[in-house]
Design a protein around this ligand. Structure first.
Ligand code: PEP
Length: 255
């Protein structure tokens, strides 16, 4: 596998943190720290913070993403936000199928697929999350499960659209727990995801796909995780809420 074929992407997932005013302050703190990044830098924020994030990042090297989008263009879906609404604002990325959405809000592989398609049809880059629970890892079904999640998420995604897909491998047991997958575990599953994508779209397309690891990535472990041949970046929760920590991960990915 050839890392030179794809750009590293470090994306923050702020989850349900930060008000609009706090968003402006944190981004202003981050901007100079990541200005010379040798990788793509993205911050995914709560919907109400997106406008502040877009204004604060204007003219910088930081892209802005949402944390979810609905699969319909519009309609009676109280509390949801549609992909065209995000595109019109200038949002470029959206996280789809985060394990917290699957766990607490009933997301299924099918809705992840529908949301992925909606994001892509509206020109967004979809950061599609896959990953196993601790029980599933212990049952020895990680490979099958992650391959299945990847295949279903990509149903009806064209080869052209795949260019705007990032897959984030996020073992559920490592998210927000401080328990990181070892570099070997992360590398092994990311390689499996790439092989799965190769079986669907061919080797060249798979070699061009950015695959992130997410799960307690921090300033201390980023370099080792990112050194794995199939780990092209990170989806960062907790550490993306602290400018120096996030900048250190960006630096590790820029090497
Ligand atoms: C995440 O929310 O996607 C994540 C990886 O969180 P954390 O870095 O806090 O484990």
């Amino acid at each position: 596998m050839n890392k030179a074929l794809r750009k590293a992407v470090i994306a923050g997932n702020w989850k349900m943190n930060k008000t609009p005013a706090e968003t402006t302050a944190l981004i202003n703190e981050m901007k100079p720290l990541v200005a010379d990044a040798g990788c793509d830098v993205v911050l995914c924020t709560p919907f109400v913070d997106l406008q502040a994030a877009l204004e604060a990042t204007a003219g910088s090297n930081i892209g802005v993403g949402a944390e979810n989008c609905h699969f319909e263009k519009s309609g009676a879906f109280t509390g949801e936000v549609a992909a065209p609404m995000l595109t019109e604002m200038g949002v470029q990325y959206v996280i789809i199928g985060h394990s917290e959405r699957r766990q607490y809000f009933g997301e299924t592989d099918e809705t992840v697929n529908k949301r992925t398609l909606a994001a892509l049809e509206n020109g967004l880059t979809a950061i599609v999350c896959v990953g196993e629970t601790l029980t599933q890892r212990e049952q020895g079904v990680t490979a099958e499960l992650v391959a299945m999640q990847t295949k279903i998420a990509l149903l009806n995604v064209t080869a052209e659209q795949l260019k705007k897909v990032i897959i984030a491998y996020e073992p559920v047991w490592a998210i927000g727990t401080g328990r990181t997958a070892t570099a070997e575990q992360a590398g092994e599953v990311c390689a499996l995801i790439r092989a799965t994508v190769a079986s669907l779209y061919g080797k060249e397309a798979a070699d061009g796909l950015t695959i992130q690891y997410g799960g307690s990535m921090n300033a201390g472990n980023a370099e080792e995780l990112l050194a794995q041949p199939d780990v092209d970046g990170g989806l960062i929760g907790g550490a993306s809420l602290k400018a120096p920590d996030f900048a250190a991960i960006v630096k590790a990915a820029s090497k």
